[in-house]
Design a protein around this ligand. Sequence first.
Ligand code: SAM
Length: 457
Amino acid sequence: MKKGQELNLIINRVKYPNVGIGSFEDQDIRVKNVLKGQEVLCRISKKRSGRVEARALEVIQRAPNEQPSFCEHFNVCGGCMLQTLSYEDQVKAKMESVRNLFDEACLPLTFNEMIHSPEHFEYRNKMEFSFGDAFKDGPLTLGMHKKGHHHDVVNVPFCHLADADFRTVQTGVLAYATENGLLKYNKRSNIGFLRHLVVRKSKATGEVMVALSATTQAADADGNAFDQHAFAQYMLTLPLEGTLASLLYVKNDGLGDVVSGEIVCLHGQTHITEKILGLSFKITLYSFFQTNSHGAERLYQTAMDLIPNLDDKICFDLFSGTGTIGQIMARAARKVIGVEIVEDAVKAARENAKLNGLDNCTFLCGDVFKVLETVTEKPEVIVVDPPRSGMGEKTTAHIASYGIPEIVYISCNPSTLLEDLVVFGKYGYTASNVTLVDMFPWTGGVESIVKLQKKSM
Ligand SMILES: C[S@@+](CC[C@H](N)C(=O)[O-])C[C@H]1O[C@@H](n2cnc3c(N)ncnc32)[C@H](O)[C@@H]1O
């Protein structure tokens, strides 16, 4: 077998995250973004220390359980990898892929029944679109990066994960930008205007936030500045099912391809309000909030069921975002301390606690590791919910050093959960069960919840 060689491979198992594994001449070959049971034509891309990787070129034979895709953008926008499986089959596929990850790492866990997403379509409460072109120097587009391409952007006006208002906003903003000759930003030259469009919507209140991320350079080829008033007037004419509660212009002159910069409010407020398990949460542009609101209720409830007795306890909510988990705990706990690195989210968490009439919550801003070194209170309950990158050795060790009997770990990335569980293991903590919660139907993403228990040494 040589690098560059093409061969047909039957995928016999998939390991999280979307790594298909097939066998050729008794050698395992790893191919990304394929389904178990598919026969794919692939090209060997890497061969190193007994490990062979290949790139899928074409699906020769679909898996026996595949069904026709339902989306016009399938295979173009690069999302919704699992959409040719029925919902039941994708749930099984996710469970199997996470189980394979843990089994291969010799950390077998018992998998509880997977919690399903309450909604399978239009479940997302946030979408981030990019401005670009469908091909070099082609017409302006606004949507997702084309599968396998860093620069090309495809319009996704029929995305089934986004609700009707997201589609109205996306097509409306694209029409406005095209009619007014607004310039797209060029990442290589750093010249131009339009960069991203973020849309958020509260499932509970119907409030919609629209944030246009664009530079402070001239908005069109004639050198005119962005007409903020005209844009706001236009946006207010869009026929939304919900209400445009927050229209923002993010002055984004940064070099990175991320939404960041000073926020100018063009209409309404700088937040929308969502409700989770009977509590209200103000969500600002830069605050993390679970992207599937109804799924989040199941996620948080599943975590809370693992720690039913919070009465009069001191609880830590680490990586607290807008303080959702902490405030759910605060209804029973004596005191909650939340730690979060994004200032905006901490501010929102404090306001949310007030809004919810909870006076036993303190939200601290900073890196969990550093902040915990300054906190003198000792926790009796800890819930951690880190970002995809996980917690890392230092922070995990610090949390383990409290030595409390149980810690609940919510993770959006089973790979880093696994790494952190290995570290916890060194400090005497083990997990026996895991519950997966499907927050992202049709995609490979999944949330996991484990309860770590300290072995008596
Ligand atoms: C998966 S989110 C969870 C947020 C919250 N628990 C929720 O359910 O909405 C992870 C959060 O960790 C924050 N974060 C990332 N790195 C951090 C760090 N080193 N210290 C503190 N917070 C961090 C992110 O800003 C984000 O809000």
